[in-house]
Design a protein around this ligand. Structure first.
Ligand SMILES: Nc1ncnc2c1ncn2[C@@H]1O[C@H](COP(=O)(O)OP(=O)(O)OP(=O)(O)O)[C@@H](O)[C@H]1O
Ligand SMILES: [Mg+2]
Length: 260
């Protein structure tokens, strides 16, 4: 059985101008240890989907189960990393990483071991006592990943985590994330706008289309061994194919979306 099962998810948002169908009848299974990337045009419902898995919002119809348990709200078994780091500016990097842990009810030694482990894993050991504003964008995202991992989640939910970074830092963090994934064997749901990023990282690439958000095609990437070369003929072919699918779905207009 899949670790995460989303069955026939539809989401409607009520706004002062009418209601918007953000997703319609989306079903997706994610297996334990799988790295799944979702690609799709802006507004197709990628974040809406991730936010439901995180438990921040609820589907209008359908259900999402993690380990066969219905998701009804946020939980520590789901770690979330957003596009913009969500670190607390008044806490040090070390305090931020420890924030989600129930430090009052855990032995100090255990907390310190967890902290050192993730500082080391993300190359941040020298910045334990620094504040977020003293770090570069890439380092802040590393700290966000460390904070999400410190709770030892079953699944890491990442919403365009590298989109705000420069190309070089982005490539470096992609490489580091693949290493962490291989080392921890954690399950990852990763949203991106970059076809290259999805092709480079994922076991499964889910391509969504808009009006309203639906899954158009799922690519099984397991047949392409890692590290993948984005200039190989196979990757260029896949990239062109996905680009074509995405270009067929224009950005939704208000009149397309709103049904009063
Ligand atoms: N809280 C909300 N209230 C009303 N409409 C919403 C809400 N959240 C999302 N939407 C609408 O639902 C649709 C899907 O939004 P969502 O943020 O999931 O898209 P996305 O695929 O993540 O886009 P992007 O790539 O730009 O981040 C959009 O039309 C958006 O306007
Ligand atoms: Mg989004």
């Amino acid at each position: 059985m899949a670790m995460l099962e989303a069955k026939n998810i539809s989401v409607r948002f009520n706004t002062p101008h009418g209601s918007i169908t953000a997703m319609q009848d989306v079903s997706l299974e994610i297996n334990e240890g799988e790295f799944v990337c979702i690609l799709g045009p802006s507004g197709c419902g990628k974040s809406t989907f991730l936010n439901q898995v995180a438990g921040f919002i609820h589907p209008t119809s359908g259900e999402i189960r993690l380990d066969n348990k219905l998701i009804t709200g946020p939980g520590k078994e789901r770690g979330v990393v957003f596009q913009e780091h969500a670190l607390f500016p008044w806490l040090t990097i070390g305090q931020n990483i420890l924030f989600g842990l129930n430090i009052k009810h855990r032995p100090k030694k255990e907390c310190n071991e967890i902290l050192e482990k993730y500082l080391d894993m993300m190359g941040l050991s020298a910045f334990k006592n620094s504040f977020p504003k003293e770090l570069s964008g890439g380092m802040r995202q590393r700290a966000s990943i460390a904070r999400a991992l410190a709770n030892d989640p079953r699944i890491l939910l990442m919403d365009e985590p590298f989109s705000a970074l420069d190309e070089q830092t982005r490539k470096k963090l992609q490489h580091e994330l693949l290493n962490i994934w291989a080392k921890t064997q954690i399950t990852i749901l990763f949203i991106t706008h970059s076809i290259e990023e999805a092709l480079l990282l994922a076991d499964k690439v889910v391509v969504m289309t808009a009006r309203p958000g639906k899954i158009y095609k799922i690519y099984d990437m397991n047949k392409y061994s890692r590290p993948r070369n984005e200039s190989s003929n196979e990757m260029i072919r896949l990239k062109d194919e996905i680009k074509d699918i995405l270009s067929q779905t224009d950005h939704p207009t208000r009149s397309d979306e709103i049904a009063c």
